[in-house]
Design a protein around this ligand. Structure first.
Ligand SMILES: C[S@@+](CC[C@H](N)C(=O)[O-])C[C@H]1O[C@@H](n2cnc3c(N)ncnc32)[C@H](O)[C@@H]1O
Length: 475
């Protein structure tokens, strides 16, 4: 099954994840099904109820992504009072095998009737929207952090990423999109076309089960491999911790309470004699996510002992700045967000004077509605000589609800092992006149010396030319 995260196609499909977008900060993830998989007893099949109305999934399936879906009239009251428990019906359907996957074979469902109001938009899932809507089981890595981490890990199509722990699967989805290079069913990986993969490790049993279910429902089987493992003790091999297969990782992301305890397994030659989980043919990039500086320091100390290079630490502290023009004044009547209040003493006094004037005219019966509106128009015309975008005071303040948390990210690189055979292979592959044993033995010449030698050669050539011309003239 193709994943809607990676290849969503043009329209929604039954049994695939879709995001029901209610408003900017409210999205409901759901697996679209025509039948009532939770046995809630709706005549219309599976229904999602929201504050903007009820949405039978039959009205959402087979619509282009981004479509606006109108709410339907759904009987949410009487379904619990049915004589035959709907659960039995659903169980029978499950047993007959007609519910899962075979939506065409479903018994007839009630055709939904459009409600007078209410709508939502149906969107395909992305790692960003999934991060905002996923069921949180742990603290998660948010988009501002994982976009930077994946960039620094040089995660690209065809790479293999090790992730520990998987937690709620937020980073997992972003990582698999970064390394995706085709589905395993499309053909085996070749030397030139490696299929990207995420090897995810988690020691909390229930979280493993949940992540595994989500990976399966999101069509990411084969691209993400979740292993139930305490990585401090048993490392990162796939299958058996001692004799298992190496994931041959190019990039590693550790989101663990004690990352330094896992580092001993991330070496080229494990002391136990087991295979290394790292790709022997490439440098390995690592990022460790810590909420406090002490953890970052401790990780760095162990990294140094284990030959990690280019170690650097970054504190991620995102702030989104809300920039806007604050308008205050009596000329802002009807302007959204503006403060209708005199902005200076002069304006306040002018207002008092005009109010007094108008009161006087009113008392003497001279104020006519036409005159009043004309005088109002005159004053606003006077004030509107400045273009509206330049009116008011420019202010900025940081938006408080940006979802992220302060994090200390430690980055490092472990170069690939380099043997004499590798050296010889390279010399054969890229022979160079400049790389020969003679050149290696003699120390490199300085520029000055080279210039001197060139000059001497020129003088010598000139002398030789002169000699031959003299000899010619003599003969
Ligand atoms: C902060 S959460 C990870 C969140 C995840 N990166 C995400 O974006 O959703 C840390 C996870 O590490 C797991 N963990 C802690 N110690 C572990 C260990 N020794 N081996 C494997 N997983 C471990 C915890 O169970 C927890 O789920």
């Amino acid at each position: 099954m193709p994943s809607p995260f990676l290849t969503p196609g043009s329209s929604t499909k039954a049994n695939e994840l879709a995001l029901l977008h209610l408003r900017r900060d409210q999205t409901i993830p759901t697996i679209l099904r025509t039948y009532d998989d939770e046995n809630l007893g709706y005549d219309e099949g599976k229904v999602t109820n929201t504050r903007f109305g009820s949405f039978p999934h039959s009205t959402i399936i087979d619509h282009p992504w981004g479509s606006q879906i109108a709410a339907s009239k759904v009987d949410t009251g009487s379904r619990g009072r049915r004589a035959a428990p709907p659960k039995r019906k659903a169980e029978e359907l499950d047993a007959s095998g007609t519910t899962t996957g075979g939506d065409e074979e479903m018994p007839s469902l009630k055709t939904p009737v459009a409600a007078a109001s209410g709508f939502l938009h149906v969107l395909y899932p992305t790692p960003e929207s999934w991060t905002m809507s996923l069921p949180h089981r742990t603290q998660v890595v948010y988009t501002p952090d994982y976009s930077y981490i994946l960039h620094r890990l040089r995660a690209r199509p065809g790479n293999t990423v090790i992730e520990a722990g998987a937690g709620s699967g937020s980073f997992t989805h972003a990582a698999v999109r970064a390394v995706f290079n085709g589905y395993p069913e499309e053909g085996p990986a070749t030397k030139r076309r490696r299929l990207g993969k995420v090897c995810s490790f988690e020691f909390h049993e229930q979280r493993v089960g949940k992540v595994q279910d989500e990976i399966n429902q999101h069509g990411l089987d084969g691209l993400v491999e979740v292993t139930h493992r305490d990585v401090y003790e048993h490392g990162f091999l796939l299958g058996d911790p001692q004799t298992g297969k190496s994931p041959k990782a190019n990039a590693i992301f550790l989101d663990l309470p004690a990352p330094w305890l896992a580092l001993k397994h991330l070496v080229r030659k494990p002391p136990s004699g087991a295979e290394s989980p790292l790709d022997p043919s490439s440098p390995v990039y690592l990022c460790s996510f810590s909420p406090c500086l002490e953890q970052a320091e401790r990780t760095i100390r162990i990294m140094r002992q284990l030959s990690w290079l280019s170690i650097s630490m970054v504190e991620v502290s995102h702030r989104r700045l809300d920039v806007k023009r604050e308008r205050v004044g009596l000329d802002t009547e009807g302007v959204r967000g503006a403060t209708l209040h005199p902005k200076s003493v002069e304006e306040a006094v002018a207002k008092l004077r005009s109010d007094e004037e108008r009161a006087k005219l009113g008392r003497s019966g001279l104020l006519q509605s036409g005159d009043a509106s004309a005088s109002k128009k005159d004053s606003s015309a006077q004030m509107s000589t400045t273009p509206s975008y330049a009116l008011g005071r420019l202010t900025h303040r940081s938006e408080p609800d940006l979802k992220t948390h302060t994090s200390y990210l430690v980055f490092a690189v472990l170069p690939r092992d380099w043997t004499e055979e590798d050296e010889q292979r390279c010399r054969q592959k890229w022979p160079s006149n400049r790389v020969n044993s003679a050149a290696e033995e003699t120390p490199a010449k300085s520029r000055r010396q080279m210039k001197k030698e060139a000059k001497a050669q020129k003088v010598q050539e000139k002398g030789e030319e002169q000699q031959t011309s003299e000899a010619k003239s003599e003969s």
